[in-house]
Design a protein around this ligand. Structure first.
Ligand SMILES: [Zn+2]
Ligand SMILES: [Zn+2]
Length: 446
């Protein structure tokens, strides 16, 4: 199968493969294109972030990954603004877009923490609006210029008010995780954003949830779901490990806003994610001995582990189970498909049984494949297996397995990432069942 531009695609439905088509509005033909965007990143002034996390490196790596648009990260931080201005060029046609010489577009973005330790993503229309919001928040924040993710001594509603007045978009980050999210603190959007709830157009799913899980919650069914990496390093196993594809006419803030609000035919068309089982808070799990617990046992033991007496951390699956009130998944008509991927360097690590995805062996196979086929995203999603097979049989086989959804996973939980396991391989984990710890093996899963 090939499209009009000669790109060859296989194994994925046709609608993913379209990179441009015409839409008709009010009799006007508009050419929309598919834009891969990762809108939640952190720069080197946020905690535990790589010193390589600089706009120039992010721009270069995005090109290799196959991302068209990135969040700048941490744009309320004065020192970071200076670096963004030094390393990127403001677009002549759009005040809200900064360009890297590779062609990567950056949209002005930050994450903030509110007084309830809830995290929010903000996307700004221009640097002057960033400055306006910095000014407004400076009364409530001591670390605007020292922290990448500033702590604001205001609640979600007040921050949403300031953001909305400035024409910025705001929504909750990793909405279901147990430490710093909206739903760890509240049972509804309204409790967090108050009168500004109807100004919330998106939520970020976070690594531990996907659209099947999130669409069990009725109150968010009208929101756009963002899948972002929240990456702390620019390398392609982190940046772009999750992204959202939008249909947009141009790569501008105004077009992105339309796509998030789903107006004039602009809209998200695909959520690309790790399998949520890989997320660090997917299932309820003991922080000490890493045993998994059901919601019933979590409540029964009052989140104290009966084995090691450490805290049991509630997982995203169990939190969504509570919030859904037993509702099954119902996708609204506007919800795009959601597919699960595994970063290419991790696939190569598994293929060659090399633990470190940054090792020379893995990097050299990665470079060969990306040089041959253009971008990592193309290798993972679009290039026919037969083509990859000509370059590397082992990698082709594993990509084919994940495209067919045949990987198993040791689920993540209690801050530990889940582990993808190829079919037939063994990997054990512990579950509390009926008064004792039971060991399960992913190999035995049906
Ligand atoms: Zn966060
Ligand atoms: Zn324990």
């Amino acid at each position: 199968m090939s499209d009009i531009l000669g790109n060859i695609y296989l194994n994925i439905p046709l609608r993913y493969a379209l990179i441009s088509f015409e839409s008709y509005y009010l009799g006007v033909v508009v050419m929309l294109r598919q834009v891969n965007a990762d809108l939640h990143l952190h720069g080197k002034y946020s905690g535990a972030v790589s010193n390589d996390m600089l706009p120039s490196t992010m721009g270069e790596q995005a090109k290799l990954k196959g991302l068209d648009m990135l969040g700048t990260a941490d744009i309320l931080n004065g020192r970071w603004i200076k670096i963004v201005r030094e390393q990127l060029k403001q677009s002549d046609s759009d005040e809200g877009i900064f360009l890297h010489e590779s062609g990567t577009r950056f949209v002005l973005q930050t994450e903030v923490e509110d007084e309830n330790r809830v995290h929010h993503i903000l996307l700004f229309p221009s640097m002057s609006k960033v400055e306006e919001v910095r000014e407004a928040l400076s009364k409530y924040c001591k670390d605007l210029d020292t922290e990448g993710r500033p702590k604001i001594h205001l609640n979600g509603e007040s921050i949403a008010e300031i953001a909305t007045e400035a024409g910025a978009l705001i929504g909750p980050s990793h909405a279901f995780t147990p430490w710093t999210s909206l739903y760890k603190e509240f049972d509804s959007l309204k409790e967090c954003y108050g009168d500004y709830s109807d100004k919330i157009y998106f939520i970020e799913l976070g690594l531990s949830a996907d659209t099947d899980l999130a669409d069990r919650i009725e109150e968010i069914s009208n929101l756009t779901f963002l899948s972002n990496s929240d990456a702390h390093s620019p390398w392609p196993n982190k940046m772009g490990r999750e992204f959202t594809s939008f249909l947009m006419e141009e790569l501008t803030f105004a077009e992105l806003e339309k796509a998030i609000k789903r107006t004039n035919g602009r809209k998200p068309v695909l959520n690309v994610k790790l399998n949520p089982k890989e997320g660090k808070y997917h299932r309820t799990r003991c922080m000490g001995c890493l045993t998994f617990f059901s919601l019933e046992y979590y409540n029964l033991f009052k989140h104290r582990c009966p084995v090691c007496k450490k805290t049991i951390k509630k997982g995203v699956v169990e939190r969504i189970q509570e919030l859904s009130g037993g509702r099954e998944t119902i996708h609204p008509d506007h919800r795009p498909d959601c597919i699960h991927i595994i970063p290419l360097s991790e696939i190569i690590s598994i293929a060659y049984e090399v633990k470190n995805p940054y090792s020379q062996k893995v990097q050299s196979v990665w470079r060969d494949l990306v040089n041959e086929f253009g971008t990592e995203i193309k290798v993972l999603l679009k290039v026919p297996i037969s083509e990859i097979d000509k370059k590397d049989k082992k990698v082709a086989e594993l990509i084919s397995l994940f495209r067919e959804n045949r990987f198993r996973y040791v689920p993540g939980g209690a801050g530990q990432y889940g582990i993808p396991v190829p079919p037939g391989k063994s990997a054990k984990y512990k579950v509390w069942n009926d008064g004792k710890v039971v060991e399960l093996d992913v190999k035995d899963e049906i």
